[in-house]
Write a protein that binds this ligand. Structure first.
Ligand code: ZN
Length: 331
């Protein structure tokens, strides 16, 4: 969803997701599942459980949102969203530097003495301004210091200590962009269990998705896609200046992105997908892209196959899987 979230638009989305969910099997009547913690919530439990989770932090101008449960949303707000938001605000500002980060350290070490002050980039000449207000330091402390020609100045930039939260922020945004594209077809994949662990524990070191820097000339496109590397397809997503690479679907025993060196991360095929109201497999040039293997249906197989080709002029198509033996896809 785009724009401002209101009580009405949140409820509309929850109802829509419930209808979508019901196509995955029985037992989802009046239920909505949070895409990140995969907990079930009752549509009738009122508005408390349904919150609008922004895909990119609202503080950095993100206006696209989706459904998240209240717990996930507030947890992300304090961790990944906070630091990704600060990072994106600097990125969005052509003159931005790390010193412009919202969270600043108040402590500066000058010739090994720690004092309270603030650091900023000078508007006049681009140099660094250091302000040491007397009233923020113990009486007499600043006066007792010798400011000679040679000053050794050290200070911390809090944002640089939160690279983990920034990376998980990108992973969370990419995961939710896929959810916005294809709904629970994305969520019901066991290959994403570790990605959800990364998101919920805010720990990029868990072996799930991988975040790769994009060259600056590749940043104009954004969205979901695939990348094929050494004969393996990985679902991916471009988020602002990064490429997030997800593990391959559960049918294929392939290395996880963490252990793969991507030689040409810019060879991205963007995909045009749509939320279709039934479970379906997605293939790209014969490679599995999305395999929802956690259906409640009996037998637990997707109904349809959505086939996409890289070749120009070859239209993507939807095929019925009713008579096909897809049981090997559900392990
Ligand atoms: Zn949740």
């Amino acid at each position: 969803m785009k724009g401002k979230s209101t009580k009405h638009s949140r409820l509309k989305l929850a109802k829509y997701l419930n209808e979508h969910l019901c196509s995955f099997g029985n037992g989802f009547e009046n239920k909505v599942i949070c895409p990140t913690c995969v907990k079930e919530f009752d549509l009738n439990s009122g508005q408390r459980s349904f919150t609008a989770g922004h895909i990119l932090p609202e503080a950095s101008g993100g206006n696209e949102w989706t459904f998240l449960c209240k717990d996930c949303n507030s947890q992300f707000g304090e961790k990944q969203d906070k630091w990704l938001g600060e990072y994106l605000n600097i990125l969005n500002n052509p003159m931005g530097t790390l010193l412009d980060a919202k969270t600043k350290s108040r402590y500066i070490s000058i010739n090994d003495k720690t004092v309270n002050g603030s650091i900023s980039v000078s508007d006049v000449d681009g140099g660094i301004d250091i302000a040491l207000p007397i009233n923020r330091n113990p009486p007499g402390k600043l006066e007792s210091m010798k400011f000679g020609e040679n000053l050794e100045i050290n200070f911390e930039i809090p944002l640089t200590l939160h690279e983990n939260e920034i990376a998980v922020g990108y992973i969370t945004a990419a995961y939710l962009m896929w959810f916005n594209e294809i709904g629970y077809n994305w969520v019901f994949q066991s290959s994403l269990d570790n990605v959800r662990k990364q998101i919920l524990n805010c720990n990029r070191d868990i072996d799930g998705a991988k975040v790769i820097d994009l060259p600056t000339d590749k940043m104009e496109m954004q969205g979901v896609g695939v990348i094929i590397n050494s004969g393996t397809l990985y679902p991916c997503c471009v988020v602002v200046d990064k490429l997030v690479v997800f593990p391959t679907p559960p049918t294929v025993a392939s290395p996880t992105p963490k252990n793969v060196k991507f030689e040409s991360p810019c060879n991205i095929e963007f995909l045009n997908l749509a939320v279709l109201n039934f479970p379906y497999l997605t293939l790209f040039d014969g490679y599995h892209v999305v395999v929802p293997n956690r259906l409640r249906k009996c037998p637990p197989i997707p109904d349809k196959l959505f086939n996409i080709y890289s070749e120009q002029g070859k239209e993507a198509g939807l095929f019925s899987l009713v008579n096909e033996d897809m049981t090997n896809l559900t392990n």
